[in-house]
Write a protein that binds this ligand. Structure first.
Ligand SMILES: [Cu+2]
Length: 343
């Protein structure tokens, strides 16, 4: 399963080399020239053109959920065989540096450096081993370099007002996946950080995707299917979720330099494969490999402004519905804001 899609992408790339291209530059230089701020891989650059982008993302997760049902902290602690402690909320911030370069008329190369910063609040439950700490909260933080994205965007087809772009993406395992903390035990013993607090996947990932955009006189429509597929298992013995995102959006121009957008995202995630033997399930739900997958439906409300060569792009993304495997923190909303400039 994990290798079939990249092979299909290579076949599509070969097919694309023979197709004629006549793109209308005016339609592709307005405030809606990029997809909503949470997305990437949706546009090409001219040969020799660079783009530099700083992007900030923030995801807020508050409270636990089993399936589509919200749980109290007590119910989350007692879920299944019960846990010593439970997460109660998490904030994940991400600083990203995204550089794109137009290599040929039909191929744009890119790289993306990520700096995640993760803060998770917890509550110790009635079965916590150290009786004096039961019922007390604690907070764990982790930050540093995340996994590094690289790839090539390949024009499969363009006409005056359509673009079909293939993303031959991948990620490199530059994010640390093994750190320990003694905060939960109040300094008595170290334990490894649970899965969602780790900075990377530990694996090389294939990230193939495909985007279709159509430009109209007063706006544009886009659809994107984007994946993130770990290859094999990391040195700790596990692999993170296969991740599939299906997006559709519409951007409406207010002027040529100002636009608003609405987006719908379907997100499917598998559970983890394998196991890191230093993440005992009884300690906390975030150690359980089978409690990582699920489905969510997200709304995106965005705006973009073109100020000379600078594009400002923001999007607020509330979660509309989610159905999570086991018990997990629910995602309430995320936010993305970026500044980019073409050189
Ligand atoms: Cu770009």
């Amino acid at each position: 399963m994990k290798f079939r899609m990249p092979l299909a992408m290579v076949a599509l790339t070969a097919l694309s080399l023979s197709l004629p291209i006549q793109a209308d530059d005016d339609l592709r230089s307005r405030a809606d020239k990029h997809a909503p701020a949470s997305l990437m891989g949706d546009h090409l650059h001219k040969p020799g053109e660079w783009m530099v982008e700083y992007k900030y993302m923030n995801m807020f997760m508050d409270g636990n959920r089993a399936g589509s049902q919200s749980l109290s902290d007590e119910d989350a602690l007692g879920f299944g065989d019960g846990f010593f402690a439970t997460p109660t909320n998490m904030t994940m911030e991400m600083h990203m540096l995204h550089v794109m370069y137009g290599y040929t008329e039909d191929v744009t190369l890119y790289t993306m450096l990520m700096l995640p910063s993760i803060t998770m609040d917890h509550l110790r439950g009635p079965t916590f081993p150290a009786a004096a700490l039961r019922g007390l909260p604690f907070t764990v933080h982790n930050s540093g370099l995340g996994d590094t994205g690289i790839g090539a965007l390949v024009r499969l087809y363009s006409d005056e007002d359509d673009d079909l772009i293939l993303n031959l993406g991948a990620s490199l395992p530059t994010g640390d996946i093994y750190r320990t903390t003694s905060i939960p035990t109040n300094g008595h013993s170290d334990q490894t950080l649970p899965y969602p607090m780790r900075l990377g996947s530990g694996t090389f990932n294939a990230r193939p995707g495909i985007t279709w955009k159509r430009y109209y006189e007063f706006g544009s429509f886009g659809a994107q299917f984007q994946t993130d597929l770990p290859i094999g298992r990391n040195y700790r013995g596990y692999s993170v979720s296969d991740d599939y995102r299906l997006n559709a959006w519409y951007s409406q121009l207010i002027t040529n330099n100002l636009s608003t957008s609405i987006r719908i995202q379907n997100l499917w995630r598998s559970n983890f494969d394998g196991v890191d033997l230093e993440t005992p399930d009884a300690v906390i739900s975030t150690n359980v490999e089978d409690f990582r997958g699920g489905y969510s439906l997200n709304l995106g409300l965005g705006a973009a402004a073109l100020l000379g060569e600078n594009l400002l792009n923001v999007e607020f993304v509330p979660t509309l519905y989610q159905d999570l495997n086991g018990v997990q923190l629910e995602t309430d909303w995320s936010l993305a804001a970026s500044w980019s400039k073409s050189l």
